[in-house]
Design a protein around this ligand. Sequence first.
Ligand code: NDP
Ligand code: GUE
Length: 361
Amino acid sequence: MASLMFTDCSSSTTSRLIHLNRRSGTFLLRQCVGQLRLQTTASGRGCCIRSSSSPISAISADTKSSEGAAIVIDGKAVAKKIRDEITIEVSRMKESIGVIPGLAVILVGDRKDSATYVRNKKKACDSVGIKSFEVRLAEDSSEEEVLKSVSGFNDDPSVHGILVQLPLPSHMDEQNILNAVSIEKDVDGFHPLNIGRLAMRGREPLFVPCTPKGCIELLHRYNIEIKGKRAVVIGRSNIVGMPAALLLQREDATVSIIHSRTKNPEEITREADIIIAAVGQPNMVRGSWIKPGAVIIDVGINPVEDPSAARGYRLVGDICYEEACKVASAITPVPGGVGPMTIAMLLSNTLTSAKRIHNFQ
Ligand SMILES: NC(=O)C1=CN([C@@H]2O[C@H](COP(=O)(O)OP(=O)(O)OC[C@H]3O[C@@H](n4cnc5c(N)ncnc54)[C@H](OP(=O)(O)O)[C@@H]3O)[C@@H](O)[C@H]2O)C=CC1
Ligand SMILES: Nc1nc(=O)c2c([nH]1)NC[C@@H]1CN(c3ccc(C(=O)N[C@@H](CCC(=O)O)C(=O)O)cc3)C=[N+]21
């Protein structure tokens, strides 16, 4: 694990989440995702479930939320709904034209977290009927070997999406490898042509990177308006922060980007109606950074030591959850927020790719 450390803020976040999920998970799934209505009763512990009988479209980044009343944006439930939608489309495609969408994953090295992600992607493919292909290469493989695998999948007609799991070992040229993925199969959306088109007005990428796409999809599915809002993206990586900022801009938000050299990040963040945090710093964004009523999408996935957890660690986001949910109007939890959406968007991009390649509507 890259950053195993103690952290003060949100020390009780995990137990609180489990508590909330157990008591209110079912209604969240049914009401937030299905009928787009919220009729929650505030949990006994008060944090992060807003009591409301209004439609989710009432969530506004402008309105001051009442104390301790943020709505939990349930990424796990939305991802499940998207997987159900994909399952139907995959079987319709199979029945109509006999084609099964296929996703190939290339994993180099033996990082535990990467192996877990790849295993989860395979499980997700199985759950919707997408065929999965996998190549595992040793840490000391050559770049040529990886390029050979990419090229094999580029030429394989049963593969419609190719994902090279990142990070790659340091002796490899990541750009060179990502450039080699056929843009028609670039379901991660990391090819420079796809990113370039995302940045240009009037141009459409073939694929949008999965994590930022998942963030926007959550905002859409909760009817959170983006147009005209002030958005702040914290982090500017090629795979999350930068494409997230581009997507928000395409949705007519006014976007600021914060990075490691930004002065007074808290001041800039406090102006935002919508915050997307993709930093990799556990609990960095404190309650005092957040404008009352802001909507928060927490992309960060940071392992922090926790002897009481079965794995010896637990995952926290970049946002100090327990402080933020007292100020924000809506927030994604970690885990159960953006992570499951990333995988759902990967499946969705793979289905889109197969449909496009076979000209199937
Ligand atoms: N939920 C999901 O599906 C996914 C989650 N993640 C998680 O999201 C987080 C970010 O991932 P990723 O984008 O790949 O990370 P990177 O390390 O590639 O990028 C981090 C970004 O954050 C900025 N940054 C770092 N420290 C600070 C700071 N103190 N203040 C302001 N900005 C800072 C960096 O700035 P600079 O550019 O100046 O260096 C950089 O732009 C991680 O926790 C990762 O695990 C990632 C992918 C998917
Ligand atoms: N080519 C490439 N594409 C990626 O999209 C990519 C990548 N490389 N490298 C690593 C990051 C990270 N990433 C995650 C996906 C899902 C969860 C996820 O499902 N998380 C669960 C928790 C999982 C757990 O408990 O361990 C959750 O947040 O609820 C997390 C992180 C994709 N990435």
